[in-house]
Design a protein around this ligand. Sequence first.
Ligand code: SF4
Length: 350
Amino acid sequence: MIKFTALRPFLQPATSLTSLFPSPEYLVGKHDGAERGQQQVGEDPKESQEEDEDEVLPTTPTSVNYHFTRQCNYKCGFCFHTAKTSFVLPLEEAKRGLQLLKQAGMEKINFSGGEPFLQDRGEYLGKLVKFCKVELGLPSVSIVSNGSLIRERWFRDYGEYLDILAISCDSFDEQVNVLIGRGQGKKNHVENLQKLRMWCRDYRVAFKINSVINRFNVEEDMNEQIKALNPVRWKVFQCLLIEGENSGEDALREAERFVISDKEFEGFLERHKDVSCLVPESNQKMKNSYLILDEYMRFLNCTSGRKDPSKSILDVGVEEAIKFSGFDEKMFLKRGGKYVWSKADLKLDW
Ligand code: SF4
């Protein structure tokens, strides 16, 4: 049974943001799947019945992934958050939304995209990172990036406010990166990764690696390189199909040729079982165990295999919007979603 923390007050926003910035057509009016998402995956019906008799309190947005931009400078063939719009909220509106989330119980924010360092050369992101750490006092502020646009100056200006930087790296073979779509002209993705690792050490930011295991890297042995980079966590995802993003008619990608079977994914994990920081995420674990906010600050519900948006938290508040998020809090806890996520508690040997 899921136990929720105490009810917290929720602020109602003053203006309707999505009326100022109309939603793209493809994302409007698809709440059916989201409503279905209120049924928790794998829940025992008897258990649910008992739970109904208890006071049902709203889901707490403990850990939120805010994909504030869909724009990216890479073209990964399996990308599951594609550039369907170029919209980014005005900075003050984004801060207002983050404030609402904090009041609703948020402890960890992860900024993602698209590529989050693309907007205003990383300044937009830096200002949000600083706001979350200094003004909101969040225990954990993190970023997921492809790493290609990060400059040392950014670390100098904002590094102290950032707990964790996760860099996507799917292969240590540059040819494979090019095949996947992570190639960027003369820049070498792997060399760049090593430089970022050093900056993280120098500026005291915990370093994490995310890898998506797919058809082109499933046979690779990454043991040596990962151990040398020594990240605090190595998140290993199984390539996932999301309708409307990387699969189906209205998608910008066709990821079918990247997909691997569960058995192949297990084979990759088995080969890397000695890497102690490895955190595996199969499709099943991944699907509904993230609270995802899109560029309009709408929760995206993945329970129907596509990303169906709620209303914006800026329009209806967090408590109302989160009902349509499809978030599986049980799976979030089961996959270890709540871990030591503040650099102050990580006790790192920098
Ligand atoms: S780097 Fe990330 S956001 Fe950009 S195309 Fe690749 S998977 Fe998508």
